[in-house]
Ligand binder design. Sequence first.
Ligand code: AMP
Length: 399
Amino acid sequence: MNILVINCGSSSLKYQLININSEEVLAQGICDRIYLEGSILKHKAKDKKIEKQVPMPDHKSAIGYVFEILTDGEYGAIKSLDEIKAIGHRAVHGGEYFRSSVLADDNVIETMRECSDLAPLHNPANITGLIACKELMPDTPMVCVFDTAFHATIEPVAYLYATPYEWYEKYKVRKYGFHGTSHYYVSRKTAEFLGLDINNSKIITCHLGNGSSICAVKNGKSIDTSMGLSPLEGIAMGTRSGDLDPAVLQHIAKKENLNIDEVLNILNKKSGVLGISKLSSDFRDLLKAENEGNELAKIARRVFAYRVAKYIGSYVVAMNGVDAIAFCAGIGENAVYIRGMIVEHLEFLGVKLDKDININTIGKAAIISTQDSKVKICVMPTNEELVIAQDTFNIVSKL
Ligand code: AMP
């Protein structure tokens, strides 16, 4: 059975067509610059690739091109759209409403709209993509898989902010957490890989990509995570500041004559390692610059590693111990030196890194700690699309 996975951003749409039985990715691609000049479709199926500039005035037209290329005689992966049995949509914010994936009916769309206040950049794009797909394929079941759902098990002691309780009662201000599909997948894969019983384990998953978050997974459940009401909270990221004193907002708003939205935009898009280094959000650029003697690139990388290590330390406290720490996503899977810098801070846990294995582990699963390390450290490539496809399959197969 083939499942199409769709991930709609405000001006982009990523897709993967997955055969759920073999877990093979039959085709994948991205529509970029939707609504803008120069919109482009980049598509790959097996060993064939194509890029073409086509006008995409909205998400519906983008999805139309995706359906067209998926069934194209030369570049496609299927003969007819009937071969797509269901569509799984990545949905960012499910608020307190969605504790698991759901069939996307009209009520679900309405509830997602209600959650848009909590994720004004993400939810409207997810809804637009979902509605466009429903219009083009009205008879195909659609499922929403929420980034927040895996964190629904977090208890009030960890999700409440120490702000007036009325803010929670009236406006649902609390920690929600994101990257749930990734933390779910990586915690399970790590347990399997290390021969741990997921229901009797303490695992810290570090999803380190352009957006980054850490999760404390105790007995298979998320009990705390670094992102909050929005993805801005937590560790320093590619362009996001992560945790900071909220008084900074007022201070900078006054000094630079900016409003709250403008300051938040800087904290989301121009901060993190990009902000500190004045150079790049990409750790490959930062490593190169550091090797050429760039001091700001050096400090940016150290701030990142230090903050990740501090969160790991706090989650060892939250779980009263840890069996394994897993790294995933672009930085976690590939940035060998960053992993080394993070683990250096964790000596107090009796953690020992096998430096040779670490250096040779890029983009693949491996245990990178020594045999006598008290805590196992591993690299575990994430696969959010597969989780979305599996959840979609599980729901539609019961229809
Ligand atoms: P993601 O958001 O998971 O796609 O991760 C993207 C980020 O991973 C990039 O911005 C880079 O900082 C980082 N990254 C990807 N590949 C490498 C690599 N080979 N070495 C170091 N960092 C990498």
